[in-house]
Design a binder for this molecule. Structure first.
Ligand code: 5AD
Ligand code: FES
Length: 349
């Protein structure tokens, strides 16, 4: 089927939705991408102006019980030095981050059973009492509903858990058999019901991904209605079973960022480190395509090169101050401005 792409883009701008056939055409054709980016930027400015929100990312453990085939910190990777940060080390990162103007801390890690619910709640509680003006986001994987409720009660208000791919068959090719898309979705709906602001998302260009899979992802996101949507290109890691696969492209990631902005005008959408890894100006281009969040690394420089989800990750030799200054310049050069507020999602009237 053939469509006029610029008409499709206009329709998506006005109605926030398209048929599967129309989406397929939009995803697969690179003509009129400039028009697509212009309208997604217009939509983003209607709702969020030129504001870009910062999230200070603290990668506090690279120990993981899971064995996702794409991920560099999977448990089968023996070619990696594992680390865990103590509560004090995490609080030190927050102290530095707060001084640099961060008002959201994202505590991300592998699924590491050392951090029991008690320990997570203790960490969340101490960050919240030291910095009551800040939001705490957790990104620590699949847990029981009871655990999520405890984290919420301890003061965590946001949770990031990418669904990775909404298609069961595709999910099974990216993950070991003990993991399932059903449990992943159960987690996301539990988090939502508990009251978290929820972030889902997927990798672009992951092995075996088809356009149908991406359409499934968009349909799933329409069902979940997350406050945050994170996407970035798949990047192969040399010590994983996917080492020989091609990386996802800048082009498709940008096109999907723009489509996401038009489908979900109110979403908080990061321009990810992975996008900055596939292209030196990737994060700036992501902002211009519709993203409005940046998640600079706050982890101590000593551990950064150990949290390698994929090869050639940027900023692993830099420190928190360097990243803060660098991003200030980059965001400005892209035509936006960093704001140092908590940056909650705007709500539709
Ligand atoms: N390439 C790109 N993104 C990756 N992630 C994990 N491994 C890779 C990779 N090889 C992403 C996943 C995960 C997030 C923390 O990082 O989507 O949810
Ligand atoms: Fe880390 Fe540019 S953002 S050095």
């Amino acid at each position: 089927m053939h469509f006029d792409k610029s008409k499709l883009v206009q329709k998506l701008f006005e109605t926030r939705d398209l048929s599967d056939e129309e989406l397929r055409f939009l995803i697969e054709n690179n003509e009129s991408d400039e028009r697509l980016f212009a309208l997604s930027d217009k939509k983003r400015r209607e709702i969020y102006g030129d504001e870009v929100y910062l999230r200070g990312l603290i990668e506090f453990t690279n120990i993981c019980k899971n064995d996702c085939l794409y991920c560099g910190i999977r448990r089968s990777n023996k070619n990696i030095t594992r680390y865990r940060m103590s509560s004090q080390q995490i609080l030190k990162c927050c102290e530095l981050g707060h001084a640099l103007g961060y008002r959201t801390f994202v505590l991300q890690g592998g699924e590491d059973s050392f951090y029991t619910d008690d320990i997570i709640c203790e960490i969340v509680g101490s960050v919240k009492s030291a910095y009551p003006d800040c939001a705490v986001t957790l990104s620590i994987g699949e847990k029981s509903r009871e655990s999520y409720q405890r984290y919420y009660n301890a003061g965590a208000e946001r949770y990031l858990l990418r669904h990775e791919t909404a298609s069961p068959g595709h999910y099974a090719r990216l993950h070991p058999s003990e993991m399932s898309i059903e449990n992943r979705k159960r987690c996301l709906f539990d988090l939502k019901e508990i009251g978290f602001q929820v972030g889902a998302g997927f990798m672009v260009g992951s092995p075996y991904q088809s356009t149908e899979n991406i359409i499934d992802d968009l349909r799933f996101l329409q069902q979940l209605r997350p406050e945050m949507i994170g996407i970035g290109p798949f990047i192969s890691h040399k010590d994983t079973p996917f080492s020989g696969f091609e990386n996802g492209t800048l082009e498709l990631t940008l096109r999907l960022l723009a489509i996401l902005r038009l489908c979900f005008p109110f979403a908080l959408i990061p321009s990810t480190t992975a996008l900055g890894t596939v292209d030196p100006k990737g994060r700036e281009k992501g902002l211009r395509a519709g993203a409005n969040v940046i998640m600079p690394n706050l982890s101590p420089t000593e551990v950064r090169d150990k949290y390698m989800l994929y090869d050639n990750k940027i900023c692993t030799g830099d420190n928190a101050e360097e990243c803060r200054g660098c991003l200030e310049r980059r965001v400005k050069a892209a035509g936006y401005s960093i704001v140092t507020s908590k940056g909650d999602a705007r709500k539709e009237e």
